[in-house]
Write a protein that binds this ligand. Structure first.
Ligand code: NDP
Length: 276
């Protein structure tokens, strides 16, 4: 269906934003579901996020995806949902007149990719989450809701991991430990939620952490295996996954929040794999 003049207007906002795959993903979703939507990319000045949101709202914009570096600022200007509150960050804005609602769909996207797409059951499993930045914060609550046996967090700056353990302790079995203590443990799922892969680096993981039949998941995506996935393969992880599925699933969750319709994701994930 072609986009009409009365199409509802959405966008991704960031700086930089030209690399964002969101316009392509949401274009596919709206085509697939027959929704009359226009989706663009907005480059906001580093010191001009709130003004850019206000301008988009004035022009009749209905919703925004928020990307680097504005997720914290978006949290500051929005009324957060429970999952945005848990993450202390917002990646989805719903613009309703004077009201700005802020949601965070990253964690739901990750869990959906792991469970629905990869067929991995989290309940009762030993899960290691590496990293304690914005992405890690956003996935802890949705992971704990699936009741793993334990969720262990390790981070380069140890205090940040201990801070997350304290914050989420009442929601499930969560434990922060140092990288140096990981050699005593084995995990069914290891999630790399650090930005180390962006610089071609590997977090200081010891050998022997992957249990039999384990899944190694790097939330970073791009062409080829990241250093973490190469390490996991050498260490005998049974399955490897990158963050493309999470990217598409968090977008689908935003689409659902905005339009009340859940788009199919398999063909979009496939499209990225084919072009990666
Ligand atoms: P942040 O900057 O908030 O956090 C970065 C984290 O990585 C920190 O815990 C940091 O540790 C750690 N880190 C960085 N370099 C290293 C290293 N060399 N060794 C060990 N740890 C390191 O980033 P985000 O949490 O926002 O993003 C993390 C990654 O997640 C990015 O690659 C991003 O692209 C990806 N992402 C993917 C999504 C998807 O849909 N697939 C969605 C959102 C994010 P320290 O605390 O010590 O600094």
């Amino acid at each position: 269906m072609p986009v009409s003049e009365r199409a509802d207007h959405y966008a991704v906002i960031g700086n930089p934003v030209a690399h964002s795959k969101s316009p392509l993903i949401h274009g596919e979703f709206s085509r697939q579901t027959g929704q009359d939507m226009l989706y663009e990319a907005i480059l906001a000045p580093i010191d001009g996020f709130a003004a850019a949101v206000a301008d988009f709202t004035r022009r009749g914009g209905k919703g925004l995806n928020v990307t680097v570096p504005f997720k914290l600022e978006a949290f500051g200007i929005a009324t957060p949902t429970a999952r945005a509150e848990a993450a202390q960050a917002v990646n989805t804005l719903m613009l309703e007149g004077d009201t700005i609602l802020g949601d965070n769909t990253d964690g739901a996207g990750l869990v959906r990719d792991i469970t629905a797409n990869l067929g991995f059951t989290l309940a009762g499993k030993r899960v290691l989450l590496i990293g304690a930045g914005g992405a890690a914060r956003g996935v802890i609550m949705p992971l704990l809701e699936r009741e793993p046996r334990i969720l262990v967090i390790a981070n380069r700056t140890q205090e940040r991991a201990y801070g997350l353990q304290q914050r989420f302790a009442s929601f499930g079995n969560i434990l922060a430990i140092d990288y140096t203590d990981l050699h005593r443990e084995q995990f069914d799922l290891v999630i790399n939620a650090t930005s180390a892969s962006l610089n071609g680096e590997l977090p200081p993981l010891p050998a022997g952490i992957f249990a039999g039949e384990s899944l190694a998941y790097d939330i970073m995506y791009g062409s080829g295996h990241t250093p973490f996935l190469q390490f996991a393969k050498m260490q005998g992880a049974a399955r490897l996954a990158d963050g493309i599925g999470m990217l598409v699933e968090q977008a689908a969750e935003s689409f659902f929040v905005w339009r009340g319709i859940r788009p199919g994701t398999a063909s979009v994930i496939e499209m990225f794999r084919y072009h990666a």
